[in-house]
Design a protein around this ligand. Sequence first.
Ligand SMILES: Cc1cc2nc3c(=O)[nH]c(=O)nc-3n(C[C@H](O)[C@H](O)[C@H](O)COP(=O)(O)OP(=O)(O)OC[C@H]3O[C@@H](n4cnc5c(N)ncnc54)[C@H](O)[C@@H]3O)c2cc1C
Length: 490
Amino acid sequence: MTGLDTLRSPLSFLRSRVRHIPHCNTLDAEEGWWSNEGVAISDAIDRAGTPWLRMFDRFGKRGDEILYPREYQTILRRGYRSGVVWRAQEENSLIPAYLLMYTISFYDPGICCPYTVSLGTAVPLAKYGSAELQDRFLAQLLRKDDTVWQGATWMTEIKGGSDLGAAVETIARPGGDGWLLTGDKYFASNVGAELAVVAARPDGAATGVRGLALFLVPRYRKDGALNYFVRRLKDKIATRSVPTGEVELKDSEGYLLGSADSGIYLILEVLNLSRVSNSIVSVALAQRAMAGALSYAEHRIAFGKRILDQPLLRHQFENRLNALRSAFALAWHSVQLLNEVWMERPPYSERYHMFRLVAHLAKYWTAEFAVDTAKWAMEVHGGLGVLAEYRAERWFREAMILAIWEGTSHRQILDGFEVMERKRAHRMLFQRLMEITPSKALQDMESEVERHFKLPPEQREALAEPVFRKLAALTADTLACESKWDDKKT
Ligand SMILES: Cc1cc2nc3c(=O)[nH]c(=O)nc-3n(C[C@H](O)[C@H](O)[C@H](O)COP(=O)(O)OP(=O)(O)OC[C@H]3O[C@@H](n4cnc5c(N)ncnc54)[C@H](O)[C@@H]3O)c2cc1C
């Protein structure tokens, strides 16, 4: 199989990049099912099957039902059964979940949003929830059949997602057998989920991010009434199978996870799980866009030969395949590091801080790469690339969301620099990279980062992007050297 051939299948590409792949049969079954059946459902939902909201029943009772095409449940529940959530707990490893997400998001990047936020609910509940909370809720999130509960992670409010410390106005007051939350969440994906983790400020807590805490909010109150309300669903350019809504919390029953004064750490842990997912999904999406471009370029004839055989395009395909491998290496390294540190609690180890840096680099680099690759794949299709009847334009729409949610690229750059400056996280990263291939480029990069810290604060922020971009590219390329052995195989 040539390198380009690995583009056609997520599992072939994974096999060429990852030495040991657990549960290959499960991934193989996912790939077979998605290519035979799932893609058609996914296409139809993207075009005409987006979920809708029925607020009241015919007799005026408020129910906030999210209605889906029946087939959506088929594709959604499959991933849960295969283990996107339960395997993490049962196998005490995140690797199987992220391998599944890679495979599935090659076919439908949006569907990994519910999986990610369900994982982002189960993990903090298992880690920080009281024994009573776990008894009440955890088993439902870990079910292996279609009765599994879903989770959601709701932080963002109308005043903004980047500056949560200033923008979160949801207040939590002691009440009932826990807390009562009041406020509005403006971007609430997987709305309708049975459980959500929600950022709120306990009444009287400090201002800024330090005063935020993380609460578990069930869909129904203890007495069976609705516990949160869905004001409306968003009409989005992509991830159209996922209901993203506006949520109203009105004295909604909530349960504190961990302690109130460590809330921001818990919120960031949840976000980090999502950023790693986002990186994996971004690479899978880029692979998918390239696979579409490849199959088109193999058949389209111009100037007497296949456009794939035109030297300029051929060169672009080969270069981009290398870039895909590098992006994967970076995303995969974020998975591996997360898998080592996900059970840590604050105060975190040095390795945890290195993970945070790698997660920011990966989220930034892979999402930008996905956008760029989706744009390029559209161009390879020529005019057909912009037509709604083929898939190339969908990958571009999907990629744009990957670059924005879970923190925009600006956020990744600034937070990445923060963890380098405050925790010296780059030191450990450079050490690691030097072990792979000691190079002058790495030494120069480290000096450039150190020089950057010496700039006056305003200039340091203004000029951060080129340095961060260079660091991300070099990290990705260096990590990709480790899996060079596989290139010979393919
Ligand atoms: C489809 C979709 C689903 C989503 N689902 C969820 C969900 O389930 N839960 C959830 O909590 N959130 C969700 N979000 C929200 C998402 O996380 C936010 O959109 C994102 O964090 C950015 O916040 P914002 O949109 O409020 O932009 P803002 O924070 O208002 O930022 C606007 C612009 O300013 C830039 N900016 C901000 N600060 C700085 C700075 N210091 N320097 C330079 N530039 C800066 C930003 O990068 C951005 O480009 C979802 C978003 C989308 C699009």
